[in-house]
Ligand binder design. Sequence first.
Ligand code: HSE
Length: 363
Amino acid sequence: MGRYDLALIGFGGVNRALAELISQRGDRLADELGFALRVVAITDLRAGSLVDTDGIDLAPLLAAEPGELAFAGLPGGSADPRNEWVIREVPADVVVEATFTNPEDGEPALSHMRWALAAGKHVCTTNKGPVALACRELKQVAERHGVSFEFEGSVLSGTPILRTAERMFGGLEITGVQGIMNGTSNYILGRLEEGVELPEAIAQAQELGYAEADPTADIEGHDVQLKVMILANEVLGADLRREDVVCEGISKITPDYAQDAVSKGLRWKLVGSATRRADGTVDARVAPVALPGHHPLAGISGPVNAVAFHTDLLGTVTVSGPGAGRIETAYALLSDVIAIHQRHHAHDDTAPARRVLQETSRG
Ligand code: HSE
């Protein structure tokens, strides 16, 4: 059976959840998928770095409280994250990038991805920043080095929006996409409809773990703006920058507005959309829209997300599911490795070149 050796860059909620999946159901996954998964390196801003080319024992790491994890002192461990060295030098098949999203310039994740692809390693990521800002470049680097760049989790976590668009709509034209792509704002809009004021609704979303500690990107639409860029560029072949996507959040919606809309059969939703214009260019925006009850996105409530694809042959096709969550987002990374496996092949343990690399790294 083949195997993929993973280097996990960032060991916050998502990569930790991926490690849990591998640790808890690795054998079952191997039976089903026909390849094994092994973690050979982990780096983290706070915990440092840990490398074992024979496979890291994940159980003790997962037993520790996340805030208490420290790799210094462990065999192969260091207090220094050593990201560049780990990404470039440690023999791994796949670099799994799950550090924080930087919407300004995508760094440091963008550099992590460039280093990994240039070193001939596949990259999987849930990090919206580099995907929104530099997807085209990263795909080209991947292509040049014969590896894959996969990023399903950058939009709607594990709900397969990008792969649905890429693989399931052959032979038809997607003319536009519209989505509810932020669970926090959708949950908050529901609370406003019940008469709850915005600050209280935000606090409730934070208590439930939907909103970020700083919920600005959720409320003001910046999180959705990046997702719209990714969808417009991937699904409609656009090449949009952030400033091309008009962005307005939900902070001006009051409980009165929300309740008034409901009384008229409408529901306020934060809608991200990208639509092909007659001249072939793409109009992309994020804005609160009062949707009529019959609209496919009007019934999407709470933290649930959905994307409606408008097509020429099928009309509107809507995919709905979770848009966030540790395990849900980790599943996106697993689905990326499966996609890599479908395109390439898991490495063969007995390949001489790899054995040499492994000996070198141990030395
Ligand atoms: N805070 C985001 C949401 C998480 O509420 O949907 C995913 O980007």
